[in-house]
Design a protein around this ligand. Structure first.
Ligand code: HEC
Length: 231
């Protein structure tokens, strides 16, 4: 006997649909994740481990090597970073290599490497937006280029004072908002000595924070208007 046409077409449609559904379900389903917003950095990293993490940050989220090179010479648009720690120690009088590296990332317009144009993005702001800890790791790696890494995650510099850490050594008041590229200053209660009987404020009084809030965003290519940054 012959099967009528309509059921035959119906069976073919079902079989075909089923076949493709089956093949489709065998394709691995990959969930597309947004890029990690920050790399997890344990607080007890050694300086040596920070060097490794710093390089990783520069390769990935930091996007440093979209511009910079290590060990290239010739007509370069961006400063080559080979041996940069040696130069960092003397680039700006009064700035240690750590402070100079911090300045190059938090406030790149404050000093322009001779022979180059401004154009380095502010690294702790979006789109790159590295955290203070990631930047410390990057500093450790930069120190390893031509020098000996010394920073730890407890190292303070002009733009960042770790909670409970020592105040920045070079005097520039990191908490006063003098540096336009600096992040909203974290209160550093540990660097104030309480007079006998006086309580240390745990949170900086609002008056101290007020001048920091309206800082205009630093647009790469436009030097910050305030011009109060120490050179
Ligand atoms: C869009 C391109 C660009 C990106 C991305 C970039 N830089 Fe730069 N960088 C520059 C330019 C241009 C200069 C030179 C001008 C200046 O001094 O600001 C510079 C200068 C520097 C200097 C000073 C070098 C010296 O010889 O004194 C350091 C250090 C540095 N960058 C580190 C970094 C690190 C670390 C990153 C990633 C977290 C990074 N840069 C990402 C463009 C870039």
């Amino acid at each position: 006997m012959t099967i009528p046409l309509i059921p035959r077409i119906g069976a073919l449609v079902l079989a075909t649909t089923g076949f493709y559904a089956y093949v489709g379900s065998m394709v691995p389903q990959n969930e597309v994740q947004p890029p990690p917003t920050s790399i997890v950095i344990p607080a007890d990293l050694t300086t040596e481990q920070m060097v490794t993490v710093g390089r990783e940050v520069m390769d990935t989220k930091g996007l440093c090597f979209t511009c910079h090179t290590i060990g290239r010479s010739g007509a370069l648009r961006f400063p080559d970073l080979a041996g940069v720690d040696e130069r960092a120690k003397t680039r700006v009088p009064g700035l240690s290599d750590v402070d100079y590296f911090a300045q190059s990332m938090y406030e790149p317009e404050a000093f322009i490497v001779p022979g180059f144009n401004p154009g380095m993005p502010v690294i702790n702001r979006p789109p790159i937006g590295l955290t203070d800890q990631e930047i410390l790791c990057v500093i450790a790696y930069l120190q390893s280029l031509g020098g000996t890494p010394t920073v730890t995650l407890q190292t303070a510099h002009r733009y960042y004072t770790p909670a409970g850490g020592a105040p920045a050594a070079t005097g520039a008041p990191a908490a006063a908002g003098a540096a336009p590229g600096a992040p909203a200053a974290a209160p550093a209660p540990s660097d104030q000595k309480a007079a006998p009987g006086q309580q240390l404020p745990l949170i900086a009084p609002p008056a101290q924070k007020a001048p920091v809030a309206p800082t205009p965003p630093v647009v790469p290519g436009n030097p910050p208007a305030t011009g109060t940054a120490p050179r």
